[in-house]
Design a protein around this ligand. Structure first.
Ligand SMILES: Cc1ncc(COP(=O)(O)O)c(C=O)c1O
Length: 445
């Protein structure tokens, strides 16, 4: 038996011996019931200690790769041979390259997050050894209580703490909600948040589209399709930014109540309303417990936090507990956010940064309206992006050249060819204006 050891490799010698013999057994180089060299012989051949060999043989014995026979020594266990396969070294894996956008919609200004306060609270959470064991699978109660209070005051959501569920993302929570509803066919907005369709395609669910008008999703289409679930973004339709009118909210709720269907209300980006008061949530208006409400901390705190929540109707909430689903968010992170909210930091943070984003939004859009009379702007009353339209102009090539997000990314039809989506979160007003000036310089209406 050939064993060559590398005393400088950093891998303990017993582990090297174990690895070599193991490989030889698995690959059939050592035959079933073949006798292994005695410990003394190996000690002599390799000039190593007896303990090293005992450790290596001990591990092989533990894994049943060898067996010992009293006074005779060690032998290779009879194993079926592993068939050779086509396993390749895991190098050169082909990955789709993530496109880098100059003004993406999902990023924030990281300099205005109170990282000193977060760090302080994080230190407390990570010093609490109680948190090292698993907590409530559906999410930490302290966080749920804070969210219940926050959503009630700010979004008019009416629910019990036990109806709130935590998750790392809206995508994750959507999958859980769809699982609880037995993967229903769904009507979704067009244009809309592409992740919704991605999830439905992945699950093999049927998808229908309802067009978005100036006052929100076309409720006649939703009613005519009457799918078991409709997904809407009423506060700030993604990506158009339009607000679902009160009339249409009532139509959606009445239809869901009468037909026994569900509405998923994704309240993304509703916290940063720059003009007037936002309409309260659909969930708060619902008289029939047909609304699933979803929200995320990605904008009010920061996107990499990966913390979102949903409020389930009573029947689905009970099903969640019965099926023992899990939130999959670390307890420490949940409690950091719970304490941040409990001590009033979140409320103050939102009020402070809303002013910063409002100023930025107003500076950029006022400049555009002043300098470019051919462009149209919409969706700038709320959130951290707006739509820029150059009517009748196909913007695909200039958008590609300037790495801007083209509207067709969100559309199922030929629509939005003359539109780009401008995220204002990350860059300064000056940088945004520089990028847009260069882009519009290349656009001929
Ligand atoms: C409608 C909508 N919902 C949710 C999200 C993001 O959710 P999360 O932060 O939970 O991943 C986005 C991001 O663009 C969105 O457009």
């Amino acid at each position: 038996m050939l064993i060559s050891l590398d005393k400088n490799s950093g891998t303990p010698l017993f582990e090297q011996i174990y690895d070599i013999i193991r490989q030889q057994i698995i690959q059939g180089e050592l035959e079933n019931d073949e006798k292994l060299p005695s410990k003394r012989q190996l000690q002599r051949d390799l000039s190593i200690s007896q303990t090293t060999i005992e450790n290596a043989y001990g591990r092989l014995l533990d894994e049943d790769l060898i067996y010992s026979r009293e006074k005779s020594g060690y032998f290779v266990t009879s194993l079926e041979q592993l068939e050779p396969g086509s396993r390749q070294a895991a190098t050169g894996i082909v990955r789709k390259k993530k496109k880098h956008y100059a003004l993406p919609p999902g990023t924030i200004d990281t300099t205005i997050v109170q990282s000193d306060v977060l760090k302080h609270i994080a230190r407390e959470a990570f010093s609490d050894d109680e948190l090292l064991n698993l907590g409530d699978e559906s999410g930490e109660r302290k966080l749920k209580e804070q969210i219940r209070h926050y959503l009630h005051i700010n979004r008019g959501v009416i629910c019990a703490t036990d109806q709130i569920f935590i998750g790392p993302s809206t995508e994750f929570l959507l999958e859980q909600a769809l699982y609880l509803m037995d993967h229903p066919a769904m009507t979704i907005e067009d244009p809309g948040y592409p992740v919704i369709k991605k999830v439905l395609d992945r699950l093999g669910s049927k998808v229908d589209f309802a067009p978005v008008r100036e006052d929100g999703v076309d409720t006649k289409t939703v009613q005519a399709l009457s799918n078991p679930v409709v997904h809407v973004t009423p506060s700030h339709q993604f990506p158009s930014g339009v607000v679902l009118s009160l009339q249409k909210r009532i139509q959606l709720l009445n239809h869901a109540g009468a037909a026994g269907t569900y509405i998923i209300e994704d309240d993304y980006d509703s916290e940063f309303r720059y003009t007037g008061r936002p309409l309260p949530s659909l969930q708060g208006l619902d008289q029939n417990d047909r609304t699933i409400y979803m929200s995320t901390f990605s904008k009010v705190l920061y996107p990499s936090l990966r913390l979102s929540c949903m409020v389930l109707p009573k029947r689905l909430a009970e099903l969640y507990y019965a099926k023992q689903l899990s939130c999959n968010v670390p307890r420490q992170m949940q409690l950091i956010v719970a304490r941040f909210m409990d001590r009033g930091y979140l409320e103050r943070h939102i009020n402070r940064v809303r002013k910063i984003y409002r100023t930025k939004m107003e500076t950029v859009t006022a400049w555009l309206r002043e300098e470019y009379e051919d462009v149209e702007i919409y969706g700038d009353h709320t959130g951290m992006h707006f739509m820029l339209r150059v009517p009748g102009t196909d913007l695909r090539i200039p958008a590609e050249k300037h790495s801007l997000v083209h509207g067709s990314r969100y559309s199922q039809t030929e629509g939005l060819r003359d539109t780009v989506l401008i995220g204002i979160g990350e860059k300064s007003a000056e940088d945004i204006m520089d990028i847009l000036a260069a882009f519009l310089g290349d656009v001929s209406p």
